[in-house]
Design a protein around this ligand. Structure first.
Ligand code: FES
Ligand SMILES: [Fe+2]
Length: 379
């Protein structure tokens, strides 16, 4: 984040903190309870918001060097991210072109991906390099190996965030993915230079929107997180919503100290935590010691979500400090936020009572509008 933006945001954060308010919506909004358990809507959302739209799925820093790779699943589709020897990032379906075997698990470095079923091998550009008993795969004498390259998918990493399309014709640049307005600000973080710490996966018995909702309001801080987050962060937040992305920030409890310092001497970073949300609801949490990504995607049923929680360390921060921030965030998320989401899912399915979002839940209102509109548009 550049100095000017940081100063502007600090000014707004300080003003809201002193007044004990957040950036409010104009009016409360209603949501139907069944959006969290309706099967038909769930299928439409999966298609419109996930299968047919660009997907932020990882940080570039997780595949940092030539020959590094990362194998993940996105919407149950096995994906292999590989940086080739020239450093160009590629995305493939992680499936051998013989009979579909898996080529790699986890992450690491490889210059050859060998299928564990019959041993076909591929290079980081997806070309078949060798096949045991090669002659058995020839209809005539010609070498047909070029017909068996891995299935390649669109991929970009413009802001240090890896965005893929699960179909060949999906655009993956910031303008296609709805975050062009924030692209230069995100680029300023230089996320490619960060160091990958860890990636955790969670399976949760709650709808994907309830999981995203957890990271889009601070109203719950003083109650749900009374003994944890609320000890260090205030709920008085600011937000800016753009086309299909948003920026949301809340201050450290200590932000009042800025009142004692002349503005020209203010720190160059924001005095708090900043969350950028990229369509369809991927959270990028940026703070002084590192960055985290929370990606929640629809699972097997409306009340099932798969979550990836990924941590990076800032290159100039002590790695242990960044790791403790990642672990603290993960613990609070797992033991407090996710527990609340599971309870809400059960409660809403049982009561079928529609919900109200207050003016203090403005960003939730924004994202629920985006999800509803985008699902209708792409039906
Ligand atoms: S499925 Fe991969 S070598 Fe046969
Ligand atoms: Fe929370």
């Amino acid at each position: 984040m550049d100095k000017k933006t940081a100063k502007n945001l600090n000014r707004r954060l300080l003003a809201n903190f002193m007044d004990g308010v957040s950036d409010f919506a104009e009016a409360p909004a209603h949501l139907k309870a069944d959006i969290f358990f309706d099967e038909a809507l769930f299928e439409r959302e999966k298609t419109s918001l996930y299968l047919n739209a660009p997907q932020p799925i990882a940080f570039s820093a997780e595949i940092p060097d030539p020959n590094s790779f990362l194998a993940v699943e996105v919407l149950n589709i096995p994906i292999l991210l590989v940086r080739n020897k020239k450093g160009v990032l590629k995305a493939f379906i992680n499936a051998c072109t013989h009979r579909g075997g898996k080529l790699a698990d986890g992450d690491g470095y490889k210059n050859l991906f060998t299928c564990s079923f019959h041993g076909w091998s591929f290079d980081p550009d997806g070309n078949v390099v060798s096949r045991p008993q090669e002659a058995c795969f020839h209809f005539d004498t010609s070498d047909n190996r070029s017909d068996f390259a891995l299935t390649e998918l669109p991929v970009s990493e413009t802001c240090g965030v890896v965005v893929i399309g699960l179909k060949k014709d999906i655009g993956v640049e910031p303008a296609d993915a709805g975050y062009e307005s924030l692209a230069s600000e995100l680029q300023n973080y230089n996320l490619k230079t960060y160091k990958a710490l860890e990636r955790k996966e969670f399976d949760v018995a709650a709808n994907w929107k309830l999981i995203n909702d957890l990271s889009l309001e601070s109203y719950h801080f003083p109650v749900l997180h009374r003994d944890t987050v609320a000890q260090i962060l205030a709920e008085t937040s600011i937000f800016d919503a753009y086309d299909r992305c948003s920026r949301w920030a809340f201050p450290w409890m200590s932000i009042g100290r800025l009142n004692e310092i002349e503005e020209k001497d203010w720190p160059e970073k924001i005095e708090g935590s900043c969350t950028y949300t990229l369509f369809p609801g991927v959270m990028l949490i940026l703070n002084a010691s590192g960055a985290q990504m929370i990606r929640a995607e629809p699972g097997e049923r409306p009340n099932h979500t798969r979550i990836s929680y990924i941590g990076l360390a800032h290159p100039e921060t002590d790695e242990a400090e960044a790791r403790s921030g990642y672990e603290f965030g993960g613990k609070v998320f797992e033991e407090e936020d996710l527990v609340a989401a599971i309870q809400c899912q059960k409660g809403l399915e049982a009561s079928r009572k529609n919900l109200i979002l207050g003016t203090n839940e403005a960003l939730l209102q924004f994202w629920h509008r985006i999800w509803a509109q985008s699902t209708k548009l792409n039906d």
